[in-house]
Design a protein around this ligand. Structure first.
Ligand code: SF4
Ligand code: SF4
Length: 75
């Protein structure tokens, strides 16, 4: 990641903490999250960021029932 990338709103999802509930995916107004076919150690498919279009609105952060799983980086 370059320094420039850090100035763009984005999210990071910690796959080991995700429970695969899909709430973040269904709530994101920009459709920039998706359920991947990756499976974590608990057997859940994990949510991922497409890498584009995040506005840093934080809706996914508040929708996620697992504290600390989604990190939102604003500008
Ligand atoms: S911060 Fe907003 S736009 Fe970015 S992934 Fe979360 S819900 Fe979507
Ligand atoms: S809301 Fe949280 S636990 Fe549910 S799929 Fe998204 S990151 Fe995973």
């Amino acid at each position: 990641m370059t320094n420039d990338d850090k100035d763009i709103p984005r999210v990071e999802i910690i796959p080991e903490e995700c429970k695969g509930c899909e709430l973040c995916v269904t709530q994101c107004p920009k459709d920039c999250l998706y359920m991947s076919d990756k499976i974590n150690q608990f057997g859940y498919n994990v949510a991922c960021y497409t890498g584009e279009s995040c506005t840093g609105c934080g809706i996914c952060f508040y929708a996620c029932p697992e504290p600390g799983t989604i990190k939102v980086f604003k500008k």
